[in-house]
Ligand binder design. Sequence first.
Ligand SMILES: O=C([C@H](O)CO)[C@H](O)[C@H](O)COP(=O)(O)O
Length: 210
Amino acid sequence: MKLQLALDLVNIPEALEVVAEVQEHIDVVEIGTPIVINEGLHAVKAIKDAFPQLEVLADLKVMDAGGYEVMKASEAGADIITILGATTDETIKGAVAEAKKQGRQILIDMINVSDIAKRAEEVDKLGVDYICVHTGYDLQAVGKSSFEDLRTIKSVVKQAKTAVAGGIKLSTLPEVVQAGPDLVIVGGGITGEADKKATAAEMKKLISQG
Ligand SMILES: O=C([C@H](O)CO)[C@H](O)[C@H](O)COP(=O)(O)O
């Protein structure tokens, strides 16, 4: 089980500072959608250049032009690129083909997919690397979480690795770890803490024990 730090509400210098603080306790750094919108793929390159030992995920949430977007993110140094589960199979197939060519991985973000079990079974057959259940900021704000959806994908996905994101904190991590995802994604649960390093270390410890 790996720990991914999601960086969303920072610029490139702030992102570099946070990763420097917690780098020994994380496996993957996510350049979140807001950073990509604000800074472009330069943010992916800046983190990969500074921390080549860490995997970098570009959270592009691609909805169209799958092959092209994966090619550009790969050029910037992304190891993993996100594609929306809500898009067409054609977009996902294009992304998977390009990722294989470039030696990169595809994570399917199931945000706002209504029938999680059905769509997870479908995308699992398209050769994707990860299927991720995700409660976005706007639904977190009205009290939703992804824990039930994680159990759902764990019961239907046969090929891909599973991931979970959305509002995970140190206090809720044990429940997540118990469900056994391959990748746990945490943003505000680390970046919102006064001692980011200690929080990431404690999370990594819980994950290693799980
Ligand atoms: O993907 C994300 C969100 O849609 C904003 O881009 C976040 O990276 C993801 O939700 C993890 O962050 P937290 O919810 O703060 O843990």
